[in-house]
Design a protein around this ligand. Structure first.
Ligand code: SF4
Ligand code: SF4
Length: 474
């Protein structure tokens, strides 16, 4: 297989894939699940249940009317014992439905399964994906149905299944490719039917060649001429959407635009498996594969975990910790989010949960020293940005300058901080500038909308007054 990669930038951190050879093990559903009402990018859901209600597995317990949203479902059967703000992996408290498991494992009755894709219209397949609460499971949590509904005039001609999994420690996608290759292929076929895409690729990093070979064998055996398995170089952040498109298609997604701009959709392999299960098994997103790893967990492995299982329960069920927990990360060590409590639950976007002891202090942000102008951050940035200059602008709160340096294109991959010999807190400062710029844009857009509304109202009033006057003159 030919080897593809993106340029410029990227790094190859120590892989630390401790759980590479550990097949998925299903954890027992816990006594209590804490299901955040919002687990996606977009409008927050509101609860459809109340305290005291009995719920079944797969029952919708939260939804929103907005286009960019994804419903949440109960992952156990039992009684709703609270609806209240609880810790969320994003670091805030979010309204959550707390359910006491009755261990009867009762499923909702109205499960519809599709046996042949030709039976269903593309728009109905999108409806199933929406109703089953599927979101990007690589960590982005963007609602998949929205991704597959391009605005008028935009066509999706290429699909890329993302099997790069470039973050150290994480092996969920790798195990998914080894253990569920046909579900990934089924997910791609569903997306081909929806979008009418002419080409589909499954991109796998070359440190997982066995997974690529297995997928290629399955594609050939099934006689699928429109799906091609390609190898991409083991490099971080090879799994970034824009980096993968550059590597596989040689196309550049323009600044500030989405992959759709170049006719492409990138989908995590776990998401494709979830899509296949939603369509062919009628299964909503109530559980997911997650890598549990790090140096402080007794039994690192790949586990299938019900959504809403807290870290506390995961520690218990996997055999406990080996040392005092000093750092808990959701996701990988490069882009993941540090957590402050073990009460936080696994959600749809939880690709990994990492546990570290004392040695984690080496990973903590270190004391900065002055910039030595070596330009390493610029050379290694996979988005071709100038991190040193954006960082400088951010520290001076010069948002105009940060914006002109395309700070909002930063994918927060952490590469600049990783390579900086002066240990400058580049990613953190760039993220701050990016958030402020995006907030400012939102305020400006709201102001503009209010101005347009007022203008329209005044024009209407003026027209009415004119007509009234005309009548009076007559
Ligand atoms: S965090 Fe942003 S600025 Fe830094 S290397 Fe990644 S994309 Fe570039
Ligand atoms: S890598 Fe660090 S020291 Fe080198 S130019 Fe960038 S900010 Fe300065």
């Amino acid at each position: 297989m030919k080897l593809f990669t993106f340029k410029p930038g990227g790094v190859h951190p120590k892989e630390s894939k401790l759980t590479k050879d550990k097949a998925f093990v299903r954890l027992k559903p816990p006594k209590i699940v804490v299901i955040p009402l919002s687990q996606h990018i977009g409008a927050p859901n509101t609860s459809l249940v109340k305290v005291g209600d009995h719920v079944k597995i797969g029952q919708v317990i939260g939804s929103a009317k907005a286009f960019v949203s994804a419903p949440v479902h109960s992952s156990v059967s039992g009684e709703v014992i609270a609806i209240e703000p609880r810790p969320h992996p994003l670091g805030t408290k979010v309204p959550s439905v707390v359910i006491k498991n009755d261990f009867k494992d009762e499923w909702v009755e109205d499960i519809k399964k599709i046996s042949s894709l030709e039976e269903v219209q593309p728009k109905d397949l999108v409806g199933i994906i929406r109703d089953k609460g599927i979101v990007g499971m690589g960590g982005a949590t963007f609602p998949t149905a929205v991704k597959l509904s391009p605005p008028k005039g935009k066509l999706i001609d290429t699909l890329i299944a993302n099997g790069a999994e470039c973050e150290p420690y994480l092996t969920t996608d790798y195990r998914t490719m080894l253990e569920f290759p046909d579900k990934i292929i089924d997910g791609l076929l569903i997306e081909i039917r929806i979008t009418g895409a002419k080409h589909a690729f499954i991109a796998v990093e070359n440190n997982k060649e066995d997974a690529a070979e297995l997928l290629e064998k399955r594609v050939k055996t099934r006689g699928l001429k429109n799906i091609e398995v390609v190898l991409v170089k083991t490099k971080y952040p090879q799994g970034g959407e824009k980096q993968l498109i550059k590597a596989v298609l040689g196309k550049e997604v323009p600044s500030g635009k989405l992959p759709l701009e170049v006719g492409a959709v990138v989908e995590n392999v776990g998401t494709l498996k979830a899509i296949a299960e939603a369509v062919f098994e009628g299964k909503p997103l109530i559980e997911r594969g997650t890598t549990v790893s790090g140096t402080a967990i007794k039994n690192p492995g790949n586990y299938i975990i019900r959504i809403g299982t807290t870290v506390e329960d995961i520690i218990d069920q996997t055999g406990g910790l080996t040392k005092k927990l000093r750092k808990l990360i959701f996701g990988g060590p490069m882009m993941g989010l540090a957590q402050s409590t073990v009460e936080v639950p696994a959600i749809k976007g939880t690709s990994g949960i990492l546990f570290f002891g004392e040695e984690a202090l080496d990973m903590a942000p270190q004391d900065e020293s002055p910039c030595i102008r070596c330009s390493r951050c610029v050379d290694f940035c996979p988005m071709g940005l100038m991190p040193v200059l954006i960082d400088h602008a951010s520290r001076r709160n010069d948002l105009k300058l940060a914006e002109s340096l395309n700070a909002t294109d930063c994918i927060e991959c952490g590469v600049c901080s990783y390579v900086c010999p002066a240990k400058r807190h580049l990613t953190e400062n760039i993220r701050k500038a990016k958030q402020k710029i995006l907030k400012q844009r939102k305020i400006e857009a709201a102001k503009q909308a209010a101005f347009e509304k007022l203008k329209a109202l005044r024009e209407k009033q003026a027209k009415e007054a004119q007509e009234k006057l005309k009548k009076e003159v007559k």
